[in-house]
Design a binder for this molecule. Structure first.
Ligand SMILES: [Zn+2]
Length: 443
């Protein structure tokens, strides 16, 4: 184990030395005082808003239209008066979000259908996101180099891409079960490999990990117990938690993030709320008039991604509902606590052949074409048939139509003639930014 840790460190020191120094800093930060957090927040927001105003077309126009001037950043509570940013802004004005002086550092993420509204988002590719994940793993007694089993959609379908991925992760071993199409064979193959490697962590979409657990339990299969199970992409219900704890006999942790901002918050070993990664993310909860709600009250979630000046996201509405908790955590960390988010529940679709399409996967069917539709939902009818309803983008054109057809083709391949499937333009009208429900078993 010691050798593996050293090899892992050596690899990072050679290829990404910033990650370990960021990690060490994060480990110290988690015990800052309330005053220190507030000072940090003020300095980060001021710097970010100034840069966004000066270097992006979108924020210059957006803020100017609200009467905001650059000198206003000197006002004590300027930040909470800034107009919010919506998914519609991001979809309509993507290019205008890019910092004109730092475009060379831009990467894009084409995922994000988790709230039923696909979007494309940019980010600074230099940011050492793994440092945040390592800190969270440390809360659960895990190390950055620990092996893992992942129940996730698998973009690496060819042997070549799998080998490249293995080489990139070396010396860590990562095995995958494709949540986008779970069959008895794929689950059995995964379990065989799992028992051989015996990774300490099992991770994945909530619904898909629960399906795996139920399969293991109902077939009475031997499964090497992980030390930790962690799930993401949808709130974990108490029933689901019960199933996972019973089958895996390991603590189950909840982690919250989205494609626009990964690693927003996670439970620590106390499981008494989710700690917000405040160095990276500013969270706010607001009411219908966009006023901040009191601690303990539920509100619409706004996210500010600090330290990303390449593609600034400031007071961005992610489409979830959440709240800050009033309690402090017995672990001693001062990172603020939030409750589990609301608004992402998805059902699993089970085809007549027994093949399972994870609901969390189905929320991503338009991810490769985030400009093609405004919102969508997937419904399984009582007769097992599947209906995909979508709302056009306003400027719908031939390219969008082709992309929709392509997404339909991909899903048809997953369904694999197990049941009938149709795709329809929805009559639910212009839903603008409102996320509509996405995956539902119509029972
Ligand atoms: Zn804690």
């Amino acid at each position: 184990m010691k050798l593996k840790a050293e090899l892992f460190r050596l690899k990072y020191l050679c290829f990404n030395p910033a990650a370990f120094s960021a990690y060490n800093k994060l480990q110290k930060n988690q015990y800052l005082s309330t005053d220190e957090w507030e000072t940090l927040r003020q300095s980060k927001t001021k710097k970010l808003v100034k840069a966004a105003f000066k270097c992006t077309r979108f924020y210059r126009k957006h803020y100017a239209s609200a009467g905001f001037e650059i000198g206003d950043v000197e006002q004590p509570d300027f930040f909470h008066n800034l107009p919010i940013v919506t998914k519609k802004h991001l979809r309509d004005s993507f290019d205008e979000f890019i910092n004109v002086y730092e475009k060379q550092y831009l990467s894009t993420s084409t995922t994000g259908g988790s709230t039923g509204v696909p979007v494309k988002c940019g980010y600074d590719k230099r940011y050492p996101t793994e440092a945040l994940s390592w800190r969270t793993l440390s809360w659960w007694g895990l190390h950055p180099w620990d092996d893992g089993g992942y129940v996730w959609r698998n973009p690496r379908t060819t042997r070549r891409s799998q080998l490249i991925n293995q080489a990139l992760w070396w010396p860590t071993k990562k095995i995958r079960l494709d949540a986008s199409s779970m069959t008895a064979k794929s689950i059995t193959d995964f379990i065989k490999l799992w028992n051989k490697i015996q990774p300490p962590q099992l991770q994945g979409y909530v619904g898909a990990v629960v399906e795996l657990a139920q399969y293991i339990e109902s077939n009475n299969i031997k499964f090497h117990k992980p030390r930790v199970v962690w799930v993401t992409s949808a709130p974990l219900s108490s029933v689901q938690r019960g199933i996972l704890e019973r089958v895996f006999e390991a603590p189950v942790y909840d982690q919250y993030g989205c494609c626009e901002v990964s690693w927003i918050a996670a439970q620590c070993e106390q499981k008494d709320g989710l700690h917000v990664n405040t160095e990276r993310v500013g969270l706010e909860f607001v009411d219908d008039n966009n006023f901040t709600v009191s601690k303990g009250e539920w509100g619409r979630t706004l996210v500010t991604r600090y330290d990303d000046f390449v593609f600034p996201l400031i007071r961005y509405e992610v489409g979830d509902t959440g709240r800050f908790l009033k309690n402090t955590c017995a672990c001693g960390r001062t990172l603020p606590l939030i409750d589990q988010v609301k608004g992402r529940t998805t059902d699993t679709i089970r085809l007549p052949s027994g093949r399972i399409l994870s609901g969390d996967y189905l929320t991503t069917i338009f991810d490769a074409y985030p400009d093609a539709v405004q919102s969508f939902r997937v419904i399984q009818r009582k007769d097992d048939s599947i209906l995909v309803e979508y709302v056009h983008v306003a400027e719908h054109n031939l390219k969008h139509q082709r992309n929709i057809k392509q997404a339909e083709k991909t899903l048809r391949n997953k369904v694999n003639h197990d049941t009938s499937m149709s795709l329809e333009r929805s009559s639910c009208g212009d839903k603008s930014d409102d996320a509509i429900w996405y995956v539902r078993n119509d029972i």
